[in-house]
Design a protein. Structure first.
Length: 369
């Protein structure tokens, strides 16, 4: 794949939903990326000789509240500015409510990968993912998924696991995905805000600790194994199983050192390390209107963050599961250190799940290189 750059692009912060656990939407003016910002982002990302493969991950807000013309311009700029041999991917993360045949044809014709947010059955999904008016969004998401399938678009689903989902239980959620014919999906834990003022406070009631998520995923793993259907891919299990067998995983949370490979780009051009840290100004590295990616990598923000991450990884190398998780995601440690009393510095928090999977499968420990 060559040297990879992942850009989580907040094309707009506007959104037609008001998900109760979401920290990403904004209202009001100046919440949509202008053409000059889009052009500068594309030019700087593609011109950098370090970037052989560039993935534009279009996020929001809700990306489809923008006209398709915005993304047509984005694809045009990519075609004009890409270097010979450079590989470009486009991915969109959508709530699915606005997907119609025109959007589906656009994604198909331009090769966009599509991920849809769906929080399981209506009892859970509609508890959190409602329109601004308070109306349910579940039926519209299901209709969007159907439209994507009818247009031959491979898709994946992301489900946020919070305490309500844990109460519903792994079996009900797994069976729901089977009934809906959804075979590729990821399960991500709900997180509190990154706002510095929240560091010492009580996190949102949606927050799920690593220990709680591990317990849920252990039971989910048992249900997945019992199903015995190799066509069902759960992103977290797929990534860990590859690591347990000594292979590389494309799941970014198991990459080890993600600093300098993933960036969040805001509508105004501000750039930060990864969208997971949105809200914490300490992770902002510059702006595409004035700064190059080389300056981001070597700048006064990212270099100390990388050094701190390397030290954190060194503290975890004695863990027998480090060769599998590579220290897991820096944001998981960032959140746990602020909000989880059970957090310890010598384990990322995944060891319980990895040990369980290894025992169930009879897989030996992966050595640390």
């Amino acid at each position: 794949m060559g040297r990879y750059l992942g850009l989580i692009v907040k094309a707009t912060r506007l959104c037609n939903l008001r998900c109760t656990y979401c920290h990403d939407w904004r209202s009001g003016p100046n919440q949509t990326m202008s053409f000059p910002v889009l052009a500068n982002l594309t030019a700087r990302a593609l011109a950098d000789p370090m970037h052989d493969t560039v993935e534009f991950m279009w996020h929001g807000g809700e990306p489809t509240v923008l006209p398709r013309a915005f993304y047509e311009r984005a694809v045009y700029l990519q075609a004009r500015l890409r270097r010979p041999g450079q590989v470009i991917h486009n991915t969109v993360q959508t709530n699915g409510t606005r997907i119609d045949d025109a959007w589906a044809r656009f994604f198909r014709d331009f090769g966009f990968r599509v991920a849809v947010s769906l929080d399981g059955p209506p009892a859970v999904h509609d508890r959190y993912r409602r329109y601004v008016s308070g109306r349910s969004s579940f039926d519209d998401v299901r209709r969007g998924l159907k439209t994507l399938r009818e247009n031959g678009i491979p898709l994946s689903v992301l489900m946020v696991i919070d305490r309500g989902a844990i109460e519903l239980g792994p079996d009900a959620i797994f069976d729901f995905f089977v009934e809906e014919g959804i075979t590729h999906y990821g399960l991500i834990a709900a997180k509190p805000t990154n706002q510095p003022s929240a560091a010492a406070g009580t996190p949102t009631s949606h927050y799920v600790t690593a220990g709680q998520m591990n317990q849920f995923l252990r039971a989910y793993f048992d249900r997945w194994l019992a199903q015995g259907d190799p066509s069902i891919t759960v992103r977290e299990f797929d990534g860990l199983l590859k690591r347990l067998s000594g292979r590389e995983s494309s799941v970014c949370t198991f990459a080890g050192d993600c600093f300098g490979r993933y960036y969040l780009v805001e509508p105004d051009g501000d750039v930060a390390h990864c969208d997971l840290f949105v809200g914490d100004p300490a992770y902002t590295v510059g702006n595409v209107m004035t700064d190059s990616f080389a300056s981001f990598r070597a700048g006064p923000v990212l270099v100390p963050l990388r050094v701190a991450n390397d030290r954190a990884l060194d503290r975890m190398r004695s863990c027998p599961d480090f060769g599998v998780c590579n220290g897991w995601c820096p944001h998981e440690r960032y959140t746990a250190a602020r909000h989880d009393p059970a957090y310890v510095e010598n384990c990322c928090g995944l060891s319980d799940l990895i040990s369980y999977m290894r025992a169930r499968l009879g897989v030996a420990t992966v050595s640390v290189s």
